[in-house]
Design a protein around this ligand. Structure first.
Ligand SMILES: Cc1cc2nc3c(=O)[nH]c(=O)nc-3n(C[C@H](O)[C@H](O)[C@H](O)COP(=O)(O)O)c2cc1C
Length: 222
C-alpha cells in the first residue's frame, strides 16, 4: 500500500532533484509539496551580544517572502539538529523528550518542520495565517507564522499546571532562538499567545497536541 509518507518521500526526491539542478529555489514555488531546505548557513549575522542588544518584538511587516535560505536558517536556529550523533537540538527540552512540533504557516499552505531531515513536510493547503490569531490583523498578512504544537500525550501523568508550564517553557526557549536569529539578520518577529483554542483542530493535529503559542516572522515594514 502506498502511504502518505511514501508519497511525501517521492515528492521530496523529485524536489531534491530539481533543487540540485538549480530549479527549485523559490520559497513559494512548491505549494502542495514537501520543501527541501538549503543547509543552514553558519556564517553571517551579528554577534550574540549585538543580537541581544537589538532583540525586540515587531508587529509591522513587509509582505516580502522569506527566501529558502532565510527559512532554513530560521528553522534551524529555532529547533534544528546541532549534535546529530544524538539528535541534539538548538533549544533545550523537558526530560529529553521531543514534545515540540513547529508548523510553518504561509499564504500557500501549511508545512511541518522535520528537523532530522531539515525539511518541510507538506501538511495542508490553504492560507490559514489569519486563523492563527485572535485579534491581531498583521498576522494574516505577514509572510510567515510559526505555530508551536506541544504533544501532551508524551506527558501522560502530568497535571494541567505541569503541562502549561512545560508547554510555555518549551515554546519560550524556541521563541527566543527565533528572536535572536531575527535580530541578528534584520528580520522582524513577535512571539504570541494570541492563538485561538481551536487552532489544533483547524490544523487537524493528532490527538493530544495542543497549541498555546505562535510566532510571526517577516521583514520589517520600511
Ligand atoms: C508569553 C508571551 C506571550 C506573548 N503574547 C503576545 C501576543 O499574543 N501578541 C503580541 O503582540 N505580543 C505578545 N508577546 C510579546 C510581548 O508583548 C513583548 O515581548 C513585550 O511587549 C515586550 O516587548 P519586546 O519584546 O519588544 O521587548 C508575548 C510575549 C510573551 C513572553
Amino acid at each position: 500500500m502506498t502511504t502518505r509518507r511514501d508519497i511525501n518521500l517521492g515528492i521530496l526526491s523529485s524536489v531534491a532533484a530539481a533543487a540540485t539542478s538549480g530549479a527549485a529555489t523559490s520559497s513559494l514555488a512548491q505549494s502542495g509539496q514537501d520543501i527541501v531546505l538549503a543547509p543552514p548557513s553558519m556564517s553571517g549575522g551579528k554577534t550574540i551580544m549585538q543580537a541581544l542588544r537589538d532583540r525586540q518584538s515587531i508587529r509591522d511587516y513587509s509582505r516580502k517572502l522569506l527566501s529558502n535560505q532565510d527559512l532554513s536558517n530560521l528553522l534551524w536556529a529555532a529547533w534544528g539538529v546541532n549534535r546529530s550523533e544524538h539528535d541534539g537540538r538548538t533549544a533545550p527540552r523537558w526530560r529529553d523528550a521531543y514534545l515540540l512540533d513547529i508548523y510553518v504557516i504561509r499564504a500557500d499552505g501549511v508545512w511541518l518542520y522535520e528537523p532530522r531531515g531539515h525539511r518541510l513536510l507538506f501538511h495542508m493547503a490553504g492560507d490559514l495565517r489569519g486563523q492563527t490569531t485572535i485579534g491581531q490583523p498583521f498576522v494574516a498578512t505577514a509572510p510567515l507564522n510559526l505555530v508551536y504544537a506541544f504533544d501532551t500525550s508524551k506527558m501522560p501523568d502530568a497535571t494541567e499546571a505541569e503541562i502549561n508550564a512545560t508547554s510555555g517553557a518549551t515554546a519560550g526557549v524556541t521563541g527566543q532562538n527565533v528572536y535572536l536569529y531575527c535580530a541578528a539578520v534584520g528580520l522582524a518577529t513577535v512571539f504570541r499567545e494570541s492563538v485561538p483554542q481551536s487552532l489544533a483542530k483547524t490544523l487537524k493535529l493528532p490527538a493530544g497536541q495542543i497549541i498555546q503559542f505562535a510566532q510571526t516572522v517577516g521583514y520589517p515594514k520600511t
